[in-house]
Design a protein around this ligand. Structure first.
Ligand code: HEM
Length: 424
């Protein structure tokens, strides 16, 4: 494409070559030119866009895995996730019979959960719907503008001219500045507090400060935790709800499973969800049909041979998850939502089954997987266990517009509008 070599891998065999056999040579990243972050800063501060897998990247991965996503950390956060989902259920209960944009509601729950894990603070008020939808807009705009390729991505020499014809870089910088301003204030307040007394919150911010991280380092880390984390989770929940509404039988089976397991409880706890095969199958089936990251964005850090093709250094190497998820050679009836296909199967999304890689594989695999899995289970279980869902004007679920908006994450083109009705 342009003067850049772009290689697509669209079969499990090629994915295994890229992510297992040649993981070392093909695990670099290429940061899109529209990102508002300077290349030198990406090297210093970024996990997601770190161009190589050297020491800086390794130390970030260790930090993320131990402080945010180890089993111990996840167990400690369980109460926060439960509380924020409980607030979501209470809010939706008040909305009985009103139209809600489900993505905005889930966004508030997920964003506040991550906000509390990072700095013990809600970022959005459920009742302030405008605020929720504004922040969701900022986050989507940031991700969309910063990751959509521009002409300089394919003709690198044009980058010297610093062209930004559609204003993507300017727009994503504006969104980033806005997020940094709010989070920066939180960091400043915490530093002031810490200067004057010894109160500890025990959150990620305390940890970062106690370990000497600078404000700028913390801000860039938040930029990868909050939008990356929230965006993928909202997109997946919205798709799952749309698929379940369209597929009444699957919706009924899921509700039946939840009713069998969750007895007489006001709010669901994660510990009640560990043995729910149909819930897990629904999540997997959603991720197969609608992988939030449609192409794994890898790059060659040295020239190598893959299946007798030479992949030159600096080629973009994209594993096409969308194509594999819809391939009739791999899946029966690939365009249908059929969670049952995962019930008697050992297929997992842990990066070992190369036909199903929603979280990627190899060394760049998503470090947020264990978190995402727990959060998705809890949100989806709560939405289905406590509510029946209807479309506005008694709409026919088969008319739900399932068009995709190609962006990172891959999302519904038209936001899903629904009416909740409390079941219990
Ligand atoms: C449904 C939820 C999610 C999905 C499907 C997902 C998927 C992915 C995928 C496909 C990758 C690229 C893997 C590769 O290049 O091989 C990735 C990377 C990453 N994800 Fe996730 N993700 C999800 C949730 C999260 C959450 C909740 C967080 C953090 C709070 C997160 C943080 C990251 C980061 C930092 C990376 C970059 C890792 C690196 O380059 O070393 N993700 N994710």
């Amino acid at each position: 494409m342009g003067s850049r070599v772009v290689v697509f891998g669209s079969s499990p065999a090629v994915a295994a070559e890229i992510l297992r056999t040649h993981d070392r040579e093909l695990s670099a990243r290429y940061a899109p030119k529209a990102t508002p972050i300077e290349e030198s800063d990406l090297k210093k501060y970024s996990l997601l866009w770190s161009t190589d897998c050297q020491n800086q990247w390794k130390s970030f991965r260790v930090l993320w895995k131990s402080e945010l996503f180890s089993n111990k950390a996840l167990d400690l956060q369980a109460e926060i996730r439960a509380k924020k989902v409980e607030e979501m259920v209470k809010f939706l209960s008040k909305k009985e019979g009103e139209i809600v944009q489900i993505g905005d509601i889930v966004f508030t729950a997920v964003y506040n959960t991550l906000g509390n894990i990072c700095f013990s603070k809600d970022l959005i008020d459920f009742d302030d719907e405008k605020m929720g939808s504004d922040w969701r807009g900022i986050m989507w705009r940031f991700m969309e503008c910063a990751t959509t390729p521009i002409v300089a991505d394919f003709f690198p020499f044009l980058d010297l001219l610093k062209l930004d014809p559609l204003g993507q870089k300017r727009k994503s910088k504006k969104c980033m500045d806005k997020m940094f301003q709010v989070w920066g204030d939180v960091i400043k307040q915490r530093r002031n507090l810490n200067d004057h007394n010894d109160v500890k919150h025990g959150d990620f911010l305390d940890f970062m400060m106690a370990n000497g991280f600078l404000d700028v380092q913390i801000l860039y880390m938040l930029l990868e935790i909050l939008p990356a984390g929230a965006g993928t989770l909202i997109a997946t929940t919205e798709w799952a709800m749309a698929e379940l509404l369209k597929n009444k039988e699957a919706m009924a089976k899921l509700h039946q499973e939840l009713e069998g397991e969750i007895i007489n409880t006001n709010f669901i706890k994660e510990s009640q969800l560990s043995k729910l095969p149909y819930l897990n199958a629904c999540i997997k089936e959603t991720l197969r049909l609608h992988p939030p990251i449609a192409f794994l964005p890898h790059c060659a850090n040295s020239t190598c041979e893959v299946m007798n093709y030479t992949i030159p250094k600096n080629s973009l190497v994209l594993v096409n998850l969308w194509a594999m998820g819809h391939d009739p050679m791999i899946w029966d009836d690939p365009f249908s939502f059929r969670p049952e296909r995962f019930l008697n199967s050992n297929l997992e999304f842990k990066g070992q089954d190369f036909e199903f890689l929603p979280f990627g594989g190899g060394r760049r695999m998503c470090p947020g997987l264990p978190y995402a899995h727990r959060q998705l289970q809890l949100i989806l279980a709560s939405l289905i266990y406590y509510f029946k869902w209807y479309l506005p004007n008694d709409g026919d679920p088969w008319q739900i517009d399932m068009d995709e908006k190609y962006a990172v994450p891959l999302q519904m083109k038209k936001p899903l509008l629904l009416l909740p009705s409390r079941r219990c």
